[in-house]
Design a protein around this ligand. Structure first.
Ligand SMILES: [Zn+2]
Length: 476
């Protein structure tokens, strides 16, 4: 039996995760993510490298857009198999895909108008990459699995999902292939195990379990987003957070927190709740001002079985860790606007996480010029975003077409990353007792991936490579 692996994304870059595994005439696609790097976004428009109707099943590690964001296009172009993932991933992915489709539609409309005005054509068509209907068409194909449950796919292939500790429902996926003998598939015969790391989470973080460690694997694909660095200590989170809240309260301003809808917004509620219980912050009104974050929080509430023991303890002390006193979930636009009329200090959690769109922009308009308010950053701010400009200390920023002076206090907490750093990735790889036959370093910028591969070469005697986009290898 020949086993082939093809790297159709997240190979020497971070987004667009997509790997094709082919064995015994069966084709499995692991993840089907959207490219988000500006210079690679054109790949989203390319036809699939293989006909989608020849793929037997998709295995989805988790619900981040760079892992699931091209599923609607795959389905529109003919894929009819099952999309296996955990039930929490299915629920969050559907929220993410609807939001993505909506943004694609808005973008296309906006581009069309702008190009008409400028009488020119852009690099990509002025149609959405996929529509809300395309996204909805993919939903019936989702097939929920449980962690550690053995799933027979087709013929000689079995798959198990394991907790990755990265976001709610996130998985590492182990694919086992039984090598057929001359007399057929032997029950106890040779197998090959291929382990897909997905995004590796972190140890000892609140809410989620630690990443799963594995005893053995013949082939391993490991992500390397932070393969070239170490995270700062995350113990200071509560310290910085309570300091920012207390001093802003004293000054009489608001605390505005740009946060990603998945995971980070819920983590903020967790930390606020903990600080309240420990009496380290006063009772204030807290607004979760993001319909998407509210929807995702509901998914968290459906899945207490995915929480770690600290979270279980928190639930034991309060009814819900996401329902602290003073919390208001604001779905409607009018409710969101009404926040501006409240006098006295409030905490506002809103998206988008990098201030590139969404309701956060309105809250920045109302607070960024106020020296008594605080803008509190809790996530990564990419180059070129409004969030990055504010963190960089720009004295004036453009928001919704108008310039505003930055007079508010700007605070950054960097201990929140959901990705393992270099040493944590190494810890994960140190699980297996025997060396893998080959290790593929994926899902990282070229420097990070290469750096991590070199680090591993010094520490081990493994065969290691850093595959490129569209590379194909045969696994023996
Ligand atoms: Zn992720």
């Amino acid at each position: 039996m020949q086993i082939k692996l093809r790297f159709m994304g997240a190979a020497q870059n971070v987004t667009g995760s997509r790997y094709l595994l082919e064995a015994n005439g069966v084709r499995l696609l692991v993840d089907c993510g959207l490219y988000q790097e500006r210079e690679l976004r054109g790949r989203n428009w390319d036809p699939f490298p293989i006909p989608p109707n020849t793929i037997d099943a998709v295995l989805l590690t988790h619900a981040h857009l760079d892992h699931c964001g091209l599923l609607p296009k795959l389905v529109r172009e003919g894929f009819r198999g099952k999309i296996y993932c955990t039930d929490a991933t299915a629920e969050i992915a559907q929220i993410v895909l609807l939001d993505s489709a909506h943004l694609q539609e808005e973008d296309a409309e906006f581009k069309k108008k702008r190009h008409e005005r400028e009488s020119r054509r852009g690099a990509y068509p002025e149609i959405p990459l996929y529509t809300t209907d395309d996204a909805k068409d993919s939903f019936p194909l989702f097939s929920a699995v449980k962690y550690e449950e053995l799933i027979p796919i087709v013929g000689v292939i079995e798959v198990t999902f394991h907790d990755a500790g990265h976001i709610l429902g996130s998985s590492m996926i182990k694919v086992q292939l039984k090598i057929p003998t001359k007399t057929g598939v032997s029950q106890n015969g040779e197998t090959r195990t291929i382990l897909f790391s997905g995004d590796v989470g972190r140890w000892d973080k609140p809410i989620l379990h630690d990443p799963t460690l594995f005893d053995e694997a013949d082939y391993v694909l490991v992500e390397s987003t932070y393969g070239d660095r170490l995270h700062e200590d995350s113990k200071d989170i509560d310290e910085i957070l309570s300091e920012a809240i207390n001093s802003t309260r004293e000054a009489g301003g608001n605390i505005v927190i740009p946060a990603f809808a998945i995971a980070r917004s819920q983590e903020m509620l967790y930390h606020l709740n903990t600080l309240l219980i420990e009496d380290r912050i006063p009772h204030l009104m807290v607004f979760m001002d993001s319909p998407m974050a509210i929807n995702v929080t509901e998914v968290f509430e459906h899945h207490p079985e995915l929480f770690d023991k600290e979270m279980v303890e928190l639930i034991r002390r309060r009814e819900s860790p996401f329902d602290l006193p003073g919390l208001k979930m604001t779905r409607a636009t009018e409710e969101s606007k009404a926040i501006n009329h409240i006098t006295g200090t409030v905490i506002i959690i809103a998206g988008s996480g990098m201030c590139t769109g969404g309701r956060i922009k309105h809250h920045l308009v109302n607070n960024i010029h106020r020296p008594e308010s605080t803008i509190l950053f809790v996530g990564y701010q990419a180059v070129g975003t409004l969030g990055r400009q504010i963190i960089n200390g720009d004295k004036e920023v453009r928001i919704l077409g108008q310039m505003y002076p930055v007079r508010a206090k700007v605070v950054q907490i960097s201990g929140f990353s959901a990705h393992a750093d270099r040493d944590e990735l190494f810890k994960w790889l140190s699980g297996p007792k025997k060396s893998p036959r080959h290790l593929f370093v994926t899902h990282g910028e070229p420097d990070a991936a290469q750096h991590f591969a070199d680090f591993l070469r010094k520490k081990t005697d493994w065969e290691i490579s850093v595959p490129k986009y569209q590379d194909e290898v045969t696994l023996d």
